[in-house]
Design a protein around this ligand. Structure first.
Ligand code: HEM
Ligand code: FPP
Length: 317
């Protein structure tokens, strides 16, 4: 069989697989990442409300989460529009609806732009203009800066960490229309958290990224030293950064103790991950990366939950 026939055959089977429009939208909107983005925004909103001495349980919370969800989903869709060709080259992403051509270019563009514009306008009208504008800028940062940069420079990951962490500030401004230090501290926590998270992913899928020409640390520096060093540096940085709310007085000792324990666990798994530099069999080193990825997505919500529970007892209504 010629290479062309084989690629055509693969493309057909990707289209023919049992996908519905509903399941395709499920992939287009990156639901797991979107859920975590919404959790970080909810934490920002909640802490902002407590700072104002008001209950976070009111309609404004629902409005903020609807708008942020819409913009995040739209950003995921436009990211997949832009990456449809590179996604088609990687086993992890080749079944995505844009990459497999189950959703056409115009369809993806309309869904993406509508969700981003609709969500941003909705936020501006139901919360405040600052929140609408910040959310729109976050989407622009992710779609128009981070996404195209992935094929050009390793710096993309650093730049992508800004839109990744901004939803925490967006949640805060939806509650209180100003950017204040506790919101910046929350931003910093999520900013730093992303690096062990992403270095693990970069190592786990380094063959995929190499196939697609995406310049992550694990591809550019294949022995793993730079990947391990970056993950370790940021896992250590998690300690002072996650204790920042305690220095600011917005979180107390209970949160501080929880943060230290959670950061120690994150650090322990990051140290285990640094064994990738030892030239282990790929399955073993990938396993360390997969474990660190799993730990990362448990660590962050637990840290935020500790901060939110601690704040209840500290701020009087
Ligand atoms: C530079 C920043 C980031 C990059 C490059 C990145 C990249 C990725 C990639 C490629 C995956 C897919 C892994 C897979 O399919 O197995 C992933 C998974 C995930 N990411 Fe990130 N991410 C970043 C930041 C964030 C942020 C800010 C959040 C949310 C606050 C987040 C939450 C998640 C979640 C929840 C998953 C799903 C994990 C799972 O399926 O088990 N990520 N990330
Ligand atoms: C409020 C709002 C607009 C938020 C959007 C920001 C957002 C979704 C950030 C997620 C963090 C990020 C840079 C993920 C990169 O994954 P990737 O795109 O490299 O992952 P992939 O390889 O799976 O496509």
């Amino acid at each position: 069989m010629s290479a062309t026939t084989s690629i055509a055959g693969q493309s057909k089977s990707r289209k023919a697989a049992s996908h519905t429009l509903f399941s395709d939208y499920g992939e287009l909107f990156k639901p797991r990442v979107t859920l975590m983005v919404v959790i970080t925004a909810a934490a920002g909103f909640y802490l902002g409300c407590l700072r104002s001495g008001i209950s976070p349980f009111h309609i404004q919370f629902i409005n903020a989460m609807i708008g942020i969800t819409a913009v995040t989903c739209g950003s995921g869709a436009l990211n997949q529009v832009l990456e449809r060709r590179t996604d088609a080259l990687m086993p992890r992403t080749r079944m995505r609806p844009m990459a497999a051509e189950r959703i056409g270019l115009a369809h993806g563009l309309i869904v993406g732009f509508t969700a981003i514009a609709g969500g941003s306008i909705f936020l501006a009208l139901t919360t405040n203009y600052l929140t609408g504008i910040l959310t729109l800028l976050t989407a622009v940062g992710y779609v128009a800066v981070y996404t195209p940069m992935k094929r050009i420079s390793m710096a993309a990951t650093f730049l992508g960490a800004f839109p990744g962490a901004l939803p925490a500030i967006i949640g805060w401004t939806a509650a209180r229309p100003m950017i204040e230090w506790p919101a910046v501290a929350l931003f910093a926590i999520i900013f730093v958290w992303q690096f062990p998270h992403f270095e693990a992913i970069g190592w786990l899928y380094r063959d995929d990224y190499a196939l697609a020409g995406i310049r992550v640390t694990a591809v550019v520096s294949p022995k793993g030293r730079a990947t391990a060093a970056q993950a370790l540096f940021y896992a250590v940085l998690m300690f002072p950064v996650s204790l920042w709310p305690v220095y600011l007085g917005t979180s107390g000792r209970i949160y501080g103790a929880c943060a230290i324990v959670l950061d120690l666990i994150y650090l322990a798994y990051t140290i285990q991950f640094t064994k990738i530099t030892r030239g282990l069999p790929p399955a073993v080193s990938r396993n360390y990366a997969r474990t660190l990825l799993r730990v990362s997505v448990i660590h962050l919500p637990l840290l935020l939950a500790a901060m939110m529970l601690d704040a209840v007892g500290r701020i009087a209504y």
